[in-house]
Design a protein around this ligand. Structure first.
Ligand SMILES: C[S@@+](CC[C@H](N)C(=O)[O-])C[C@H]1O[C@@H](n2cnc3c(N)ncnc32)[C@H](O)[C@@H]1O
Length: 230
């Protein structure tokens, strides 16, 4: 059982504010002239519109059986073909190299250590075809926001939750009123750049938003596009 299983029934409400990323990933998928893969595909929130837009099957990988079950139902309802694999993204390999691998909604932060993140970057690099892209988005850790919200119970989309910060482990623990818990481990810009470099990828773009806004000192989100050299 994955810690995310407890989020499956409320995930749509939880993610209801997050809509603008879909067009961004759809845009990248439309430009991909080969296999497309979503890491941490969840309930298919992004993968289903992506598969509809490219009009061909794509692969989604996730470690939560409950999230995948919802994705399966959704894909069937939408009439799109998603190949869904229950697997930890630290272990994935592909039979056919991908033109695009992407990982939305901060899911890379569920990987606890730099080594875990590095493993995924190396797997991505090995799974991409030359010129293929890897795209993901993650929050920029902001101590001012952290101080305001730390440990306070709040309502978001009708869901009682609190976020507790553990700076010594660069971690946030998200807890729901139901007792469900997941953790995220943030990373800095230079750590992301280091991950890109050690995996032998190169930065194509760093945006601060899904409409390709430039990244600057005020930015709150990293929206990365990296590429395997051609
Ligand atoms: C915030 S949700 C994102 C779901 C979907 N990509 C979206 O954008 O709505 C995070 C997902 O990451 C998955 N996940 C967490 N750690 C994982 C891992 N190590 N390998 C594969 N999936 C993982 C969870 O099961 C969950 O479905």
């Amino acid at each position: 059982m994955s810690s995310y299983d407890a989020f499956a029934p409320i995930y749509d409400d939880w993610a209801s504010h997050m809509t603008e990323d879909v067009a961004f990933y759809v845009g990248l998928a439309r430009e991909a002239d080969g296999p497309v893969v979503e890491l941490a595909v969840g309930n298919g929130r992004v993968a289903i519109p992506v598969a509809q837009a490219i009009a061909r099957p794509m692969l989604g990988i996730d470690s939560s059986p409950a999230m995948l079950e919802v994705a399966r139902e959704r894909a069937a309802e939408a009439g799109v073909e998603l190949e869904l694999r229950e697997e930890d993204m630290r272990d994935f390999t592909l039979a056919e190299p991908a033109a695009l691998i992407y990982c939305p909604f901060r899911a890379m932060l569920h990987l606890p250590t730099w080594r875990d993140k590095r493993t995924v970057f190396e797997r991505v690099a090995a799974a991409l075809r030359p010129g293929g892209r890897f795209a993901w988005n993650v929050f920029v850790f902001n101590p001012h926001i952290a101080a305001e919200m730390d440990g306070k119970w709040e309502e978001h989309a009708g869901i009682r939750n609190r976020v507790t910060h553990v700076p010594a482990d660069n971690r946030i623990d998200l807890e729901l009123g139901t007792g469900a818990k997941v953790s995220l481990w943030w990373a800095t810009r230079s750590e992301w750049e280091g991950l890109i470099e050690v995996a032998g990828l190169e930065v194509e773009a760093l945006y601060s938003g899904f409409e390709h806004e430039p990244f600057d000192e005020e930015s709150r989100e990293f929206v990365w596009v990296a590429r395997k050299p051609a």
